[in-house]
Write a protein that binds this ligand. Sequence first.
Ligand code: HEM
Length: 334
Amino acid sequence: MSLRAQRARAPDRPLGGTSGAWRGRFLRFHVPLAIACIGLLVLFMTLPIFDPLGYVRMDMESGSAVPRPMDMSAPRPDRPMESQGTGHAGTAPAAGHSAGQTPAPDHSTAPAPSSGHGGSQTSAPAAHGGDQAGTRPDTLDPARAQSRFDQRLTVATGYVATLLLAFTLLVGPANLLLRRRNPVSSYLRRDAGMWTATFSVLHVIVGLQVHSQGQISGMLGYFLAPDRSPLLNSFGLANWTGLAATVIVVGLLTISSDLALRTLKAGTWKWLQRLNYALFALVVMHAVLYGALLRATSPFTLMLALSVIAVLAAQTIGIWLWRRKRSRTTVLAA
Ligand code: HEM
C-alpha cells in the first residue's frame, strides 16, 4: 500500500509510520540518515569555516573549571616562545600535574590561530591549512597533520552526533504539533537514536586520540590527574560529562529493540528513554566545557545554540499540547 494510501487511511499515523519491518526502516530511515550524516561530515571536514583551529582554542592547561581561551602569546615554561607551533600532538595530561591540575604541556594539537585570531575570531579561517596562519598543511610533519585531522574529525563527529540527538528529541513534539499519534516507541526516533550512538562512539574513539597519542596513560589523563584524583579543570570536566553522555547513549542503544520494549514493558522503557534529556544536557555541557562559547563566530557554536533553542521550544510546546489533549480527553470522558 503506498504511503499516500496509508496516510489517507490513518491521517494520525506517527511520523515515519508504524511498520517495524527492517526493509522499510532501512529504506525510509537508515539510507536517508546515512546520506545526511556523511554529507554533514564531508562539509565539516572540508569547508574552512568548520576548521576548529580557525577559532580560539580552549586552554586545556588552565586550572580553571571555566573554559579559558588559549593565549598563544603567553610564553609557557614548558614551551619557550620559539617552540610554539612545532610541538607535536599533545599527550594527554599524565605526570607532572600540579595541584592546579593543569594538564601536561602542549595539549592542544595545534596552537590556536596566530595572533590575528587571538581575541575575536575572524569568520573565515581561510589560512588555516596549517598550525600557524599560512603554514600549508602538507608542510606539517605527519604526526602533527594526523592530530590536526583527528581534532577536526573529533569536532565534526561530535556535532553530527549532537544534531542527530537534537533530531530524536524533536520527533515527539513534531508528532503532537502535526496532530499525529505519538507512540511510546517510534521507529524513526529509534533509528535516529542508533545513528546518534554510532557517531557518539566514533567521536569518542577519535577524541581519545587527539590528546593522548593513542597511549592508554594519555587517555587516562583525560579524566585523572597524576595523583589519580579526578581532573576537575574544564578539560577534565568536559571529558567526565562526555563519558557520562557516552554511557547513556550506549545504554539507550542496548534497549533500542522491540524485544527490550516487550521485556521492560512500556512504562519502564519510556522512563528510560527520558534519559535522552539528560544526555542532551550533558552533551551541551561537554561542548561548552570544551570552549564552544569562546568561539562565538564559529558555525558549530551557532549550530549548538540553535539545537538547544529548537529542543527547548519543541519540548515546551510538546508538553503544552500533550497536557491540553489530556485535559480535553478527561473532560470528554467525564
Ligand atoms: C568519553 C567521552 C568523550 C570524549 C573523550 C570526548 C572528547 C572530545 C574532545 C577531545 C573534544 C574536543 C576536540 C578539540 O577541540 O580539541 C570534544 C568536543 C566535542 N564533543 Fe566530545 N567527547 C566525548 C563524548 C561526547 C559525546 C557523547 C558527544 C555527543 C553526543 C560529544 C560531542 C562533542 C562536541 C559537539 C564537541 C565540540 C565542542 C566544540 O568545540 O564546540 N562528545 N569531545
